[in-house]
Design a protein around this ligand. Structure first.
Ligand code: PCA
Length: 212
């Protein structure tokens, strides 16, 4: 299974993004049954989704899994829904502050993730890593990238499963914050995303077997 996994560059006032760190760490690992393609996306309303879609077209992965940072979350957060809305509360790294606009003017209101989201949460729980399902990926770049990926696959009548996982901040990002903010260590996040990839691989293989 060829898996395209993406993270994001740092944004806002941060020097580091856990999703980028996790993707870099995974690039060094062997995961059985998986050919891993890694990509870091700019936090910019045009270049972010463009970079993902261009790489998707040229690399032709079987599955796309995108990761991003969500300050304040206490667990690995599996996103179920992407909505057709740009409503930034901060500027992206290109200085754009977009509010009240659709991502795709005539696009559907929302897309559901096409990955086994419930199984992903269950696996994380089994391996002892806090996890939750989420019904909003926000209205910034993470939601946009998830929406645009699912929209592209849908528009071109392709079958590539795709979805999004939000990660907590790293301890070094939250140290000294008052009131204290939740964080998770890089090792735990890497173990969590690895477990998620195993689950996706098993699910993907089982589905292909059923189809053939
Ligand atoms: N998190 C932001 C954008 C980039 C990232 O890592 C978000 O949740 O939209």
């Amino acid at each position: 299974m060829k898996l395209l996994i993406t993270g994001f560059e740092p944004f806002a006032n941060s020097q580091i993004n856990p999703s980028e760190e996790v993707v870099h760490a995974l690039a060094e690992k062997e995961i059985e049954g998986v050919e891993l393609l890694t990509l870091i996306l700019p936090v910019e309303r045009f270049a972010g989704p463009d970079t993902l879609i261009r790489t998707y077209i040229s690399a032709q992965p079987d599955v796309v899994l995108s990761l991003g940072e969500a300050g304040g979350v206490t667990a690995v957060t599996i996103e179920r829904v992407a909505i057709n809305l740009l409503d930034f509360s901060i500027s992206d790294n290109g200085g754009h502050l977009v509010t009240d606009k659709p991502i795709v003017a005539d696009g559907p209101s929302a897309y559901f993730a096409t990955l086994p989201t419930r199984q992903m949460v269950n696996t994380l729980t089994e391996v002892g890593i806090p996890a939750q399902l989420s019904y909003s990926a926000g209205t910034f770049l993470c939601n946009q990238v998830m929406y645009e990926m699912l929209h592209y696959v849908h528009k071109h009548q392709m079958k590539t499963p795709a979805g999004f996982v939000h990660l907590p901040q790293l301890p070094q990002q939250t140290a000294g914050k008052r009131p204290p903010l939740p964080s998770m260590s890089l090792d735990v996040m890497v173990a969590g995303v690895t477990a998620v990839i195993h689950t996706i691989t098993q699910w993907f293989t089982a589905n292909r077997l059923v189809q053939s």
